[in-house]
Design a protein around this ligand. Structure first.
Ligand SMILES: Cc1ncc(COP(=O)(O)O)c(C=O)c1O
Length: 311
């Protein structure tokens, strides 16, 4: 268990970071969160936070949508996150979970006239899906929530019931992950990942208008594909049947990294092996997030300022 969390404006032992049972967010899903990875580089004895600024800019946007007052700037959030991770001192990959929430002890569905609060904690975190073997996916019977219902561009806790329904249905049916369609039947995203296809040698991914979270990994992959492989990504609506004819498919996310998809609805993707473009992007991505590619060090924030003792 981690030692410290940032809770109610200070660093406290995790065991003291507790909310009451009447907390508004617990009842009505009125909270926003984000997820940031800290990637351990054993050669450098350093942990790099990956694109923390972008994650906190997105958290600010989510809070604006949910009328949550987040009293810290993006820079302040980055600074206190570095301090928190440094205090906990892990020498392995970690996942950081900031969450801003309606903290009033109050009954009544609304967003107004409520107090807000914020916390962040960090936990050790390995792979989320099997990135080496690849994932077997299904198209979910649950449709992605529409922007006119709960905006998926915001990471609102209540929205994740939609993802949880899809994920557990997939898991109970023997799949690793679910791919949800929009109300119109276009491919939207996984329960916690964006989707990419390789179709006739071209990278294709759903646009923001198909109710996706605008993933930071998605953006990273679009940029790496362009800069390093000379591949443009087409952001356009994707039909369900295109999932069945793609040469390659992969999922992207802070938790999922770049996870190859080897099967969808009991149909092999391409040959059923991990595709060449997926493999190249995976390799590039892992080097970048661990601070091993000098070209992309701007995306990596080092945590440890003092030399770590050897373990
Ligand atoms: C629903 C959903 N889509 C996509 C993503 C991927 O976003 P990112 O790459 O910013 O982690 C996530 C994870 O945060 C998610 O929860």
């Amino acid at each position: 268990m981690p030692d410290y969390a940032f809770f109610q404006k200070q660093f406290v032992p995790l065991s003291e970071a507790k909310v009451g049972i009447m907390t508004h967010a617990l009842h009505y899903g009125t909270a926003c969160f984000d997820g940031i990875r800290g990637n351990w580089n054993p050669e450098q004895k350093q942990t790099y936070l990956f694109r923390p600024k972008d994650h906190y800019e997105r958290l600010h946007q989510s809070c604006r949508i949910l009328k949550i007052n987040l009293p810290y700037s993006v820079d302040e959030l980055c600074r206190l996150t570095v301090e928190l991770v440094e205090k906990n001192g892990y020498q392995e990959d970690v996942y950081i979970r900031p969450l801003a929430y309606k903290s009033s002890q109050a009954v009544g569905v609304r967003l107004h006239n409520l107090e807000d609060d914020f916390f962040v904690f960090v936990i050790p975190f390995g792979p989320y899906l099997d990135i080496d073997k690849g994932a077997r996916c299904c198209v979910s019977s649950w449709r992605r929530v529409d922007d006119s219902m709960i905006p998926p561009r915001a990471k609102i806790t209540g929205l994740y019931v939609n993802s949880a329904l899809a994920k557990t249905e997939a898991w109970e049916n023997g799949f690793d992950e679910a791919i949800m369609l929009t109300q119109e039947g276009h491919v939207s995203e996984g329960s916690g990942e964006n989707v990419f296809l390789v179709l006739q040698g071209k990278l294709v991914t759903p646009p923001s208008s198909d109710n996706i979270l605008m993933g930071i990994t998605r953006d990273t992959i679009i940029k790496l594909a362009k800069n390093e492989l000379g591949l443009d990504t087409l952001e356009r609506s994707i039909d369900r049947s295109e999932l069945y004819i793609a040469e390659e498919c992969f999922l992207t996310g802070t938790a999922a990294h770049v996870t190859p998809v080897i099967e969808i609805d009991h149909r092999k993707v391409g040959t059923g092996e991990i595709g060449e473009i997926t493999q190249k992007l995976q390799q590039l991505f892992f080097d970048v997030i661990k601070g091993k590619n000098p070209k992309y060090l701007d995306w990596c924030t080092p945590v440890y300022h003092q030399k770590l003792a050897m373990v």
